[in-house]
Design a protein around this ligand. Sequence first.
Ligand code: PLP
Length: 391
Amino acid sequence: MADQHDPFGFDSLSLDWLLAKPGAKWHRHPGDLAAWVADMDFPPPPVVTAALRSLVDGGDLGYPDHLPDPSPARDAWAARCARRYGWSFPVEETRELNDVTQGIQIVLHHHTQPGDGVVVLVPSYPPFLRSVNESHRRLVPVVGRRSAASSTGWEFDYDGLEATLREQPAKVLLLCHPQNPTGHVFDDDELRRLVDIAERHDLLIISDEIHADLTYAPRRHRPMALFAPDRTVTIHAASKAFNLAGLRYAVMHIGPAVLREQILGVPDHLYGEANMFGAEAALVAWTQGDEWLDAVLAHLDRMRVLTGELLAEHLPDIVYTPPASTYLGWLDCRALGFGDDPSREFAARGVQLNEGPEFGDLGVGHTRLNFATSSHVLREIVQRMATPPVR
Ligand SMILES: Cc1ncc(COP(=O)(O)O)c(C=O)c1O
């Protein structure tokens, strides 16, 4: 129940309500606790729910009037980037998408050929790896490792990348910024280093910034396009920060002029047009959702700390660094002896987590835990993870 300290009720979700949810996260493995796919357990911002309800109640679900183009949601995204991140661009340089991964595929399709190299930081959000492999592009990995010297707990081997690129050229740097699954937030020096490499090796940068709004203070998100405006395609959605993934709506800004002409010149129907519910939800989230976003970030900040405390108490052999961004914890479980994919053992204990090996070779012995839930559910999740099954 909501109260003055928790006006949106983030910390009082009922487990019965969660177990009855129809979405993939809670429905796919009935009865288990769900801490896998990157959906939060909270209902979306009430302003968004009210706007969608009023769209339905208005009784007009016919073709939306997208004229004048650009749509209000794209306008709202551009205005928000300027206000929040100091990044301004003409809205005519953007297009709407059904989802972020579609945008990645579109850019790879236009800018690369089968066999071309695509640089990806690993461990990596699995659809990045699949996007590269299934389109028969060549993966050029940049290895990430835990580092006490880094303020986020993570560093990536850019010297190794330079050496690899001298031997095996690539066409694209596909950046997850902030990074999933480590939660790493790239600072200005690191972004400049990446741009420097991209310029020397003529890489187009695709910057997936879907997690941007989920960056914890004092770190702050800095759009890649601020550093390499003519070399960067930025893809974003309201879906992670405002918990709207089922609505299928995303936006893309295409910095390089030639690529922009190619992509914006494609007939609209080839890539599909935006769904009016997705566009409306994003518009409302980006223009009226900041109070909810501040509150959810404050709650998630507590949950990322609580995750560490609970793991230290119940599963002290797991290595976990509270992420600098996102609500995803990347757990090194190798000391537990649960094999290559520890999520199997945790599933046998009644908790669904993500399978580490899907994040690439560096995911072996790891799993990903989603802590975007109430503290009592999180407590139950970690306690169950620590309780061996009756075999
Ligand atoms: C880095 C990243 N990109 C993209 C997505 C998925 O976005 P979409 O459903 O819009 O393709 C996710 C979802 O977790 C993600 O973490």
